[in-house]
Design a protein around this ligand. Structure first.
Ligand SMILES: [Zn+2]
Length: 106
């Protein structure tokens, strides 16, 4: 299945705690790295079958930074967090969803 009609134009760090993505459809995404870490979709952090979170969000520092961000194919990103966790593959669809979730909390 092909995703929505958007792709990543540019990935950058807005500041040491914030990831930014400019999408080709004009949307500008912002994610606190700590929030991304708390929503890590990997099998360590979320039960693969029940989708129940296995990560206690209070164990993630609000000041979490990243050591690196890399593209995985054309559909996802991998974030290497400063706490050493790098197993999460964030699909573009998930990133868009998390960005909306943050926006609705403001
Ligand atoms: Zn994880």
């Amino acid at each position: 299945m092909v995703g929505g009609s958007y792709a990543v134009r540019r990935i950058y760090q807005v500041d040491s705690h914030t990831l930014g993505i400019d999408w080709t459809d004009g949307v500008v995404g912002r994610w606190r790295l700590a929030e991304l870490r708390r929503h890590c979709p990997c099998a360590h952090c979320v039960d693969e079958w029940t989708r129940e979170p296995r990560l206690d969000p209070t164990t993630v520092s609000d000041d979490l930074t990243a050591k690196g961000i890399e593209s995985v194919g054309r559909y996802a990103l991998r974030v290497v967090f400063a706490d050493g966790h790098d197993a999460g593959i964030y699909t573009h669809a998930l990133l868009r969803e998390l960005d909306r979730a943050q926006a609705s909390r403001k």
